[in-house]
Design a protein. Structure first.
Length: 238
């Protein structure tokens, strides 16, 4: 274990050793449980960055009842994978090779020639691949780019953003813009978690089904299991 992480782990273990989960600090300090879990799930995350994310996540996680070691670990581990270690709150749609575009969307781009126009063109690519589904309009509508994956758990498509917007009392474009900020990324992720009833899967430690509900498949399952388990361990899970 990194020496710089040890104080956060000790504090986290002290908190979870008591019956149930204690509420987060009320003085605005970063919750040491969340900091420890963040840095375990995303080892490259600097302590200052982890503290910032812990503050952004504290209230939304409490409201979503993500307050037990399994729930915290499952949530943070999955968010770590979806956000590239808490470094990205927007889907990366910039591809430098047509072959990679074909590999990701084989039904849309059966040949490299078909994908060539979308190399290093993320907005055009989003408008193409997300057109006419998930509530989006045509490629010309711009919905694909406007409602691409944003947040720590990248909600995607007009339908999901409309539901998220309704939950926070904002219009859909304002909700999408907010989802790319740290506070909005945290809020949108906990909203999605609650909407999909993922606490019960975390309680059962069913990481495969949890991954399917978030990712739509089992992409990166081994890495997700590692991240979730690492967070669970520092939270005192056995």
């Amino acid at each position: 274990m990194s020496p710089s992480l040890a104080p956060y782990v000790a504090a986290a273990v002290a908190l979870v050793a008591a019956p149930g989960m204690m509420p987060p600090p009320s003085n605005g300090d970063a919750d040491p449980r969340i900091v420890a879990a963040l840095r375990a799930a995303a080892p490259d995350l600097h302590a200052v960055e982890a503290a910032g994310w812990a503050r952004a996540l504290a209230a939304p996680m409490q409201a979503a009842q993500i307050t037990t070691p399994r729930r915290i670990a499952g949530f943070i581990g999955q968010c770590a994978m979806e956000s590239d270690g808490f470094t990205a709150t927007a889907e990366n749609l910039r591809y430098s090779h047509a072959a990679r575009i074909c590999a990701v969307w084989p039904s849309r781009f059966p040949t490299e020639a078909a994908a060539a126009a979308y190399v290093n063109a993320p907005e055009a690519l989003a408008n193409n691949v997300y057109a006419n589904r998930m509530g989006n309009g045509t490629a010309e509508s711009g919905d694909g780019w406007r409602f691409r994956g944003l947040g720590l758990i990248q909600i995607t498509g007009r339908d999901e953003y409309a539901a998220f917007a309704a939950s926070i009392g904002r219009n859909i474009d304002a909700a999408a813009a907010w989802a790319a900020t740290p506070e909005g990324a945290a809020a949108s992720a906990t909203w999605f978690w609650t909407w999909k009833a993922l606490n019960r899967l975390a309680d059962a430690w069913d990481l495969a089904t949890l991954t399917r509900r978030i990712n739509g498949g089992l992409t990166g399952l081994a890495d997700r299991q590692r991240a979730c388990t690492a967070a669970f361990t520092v939270l005192g899970g056995q």
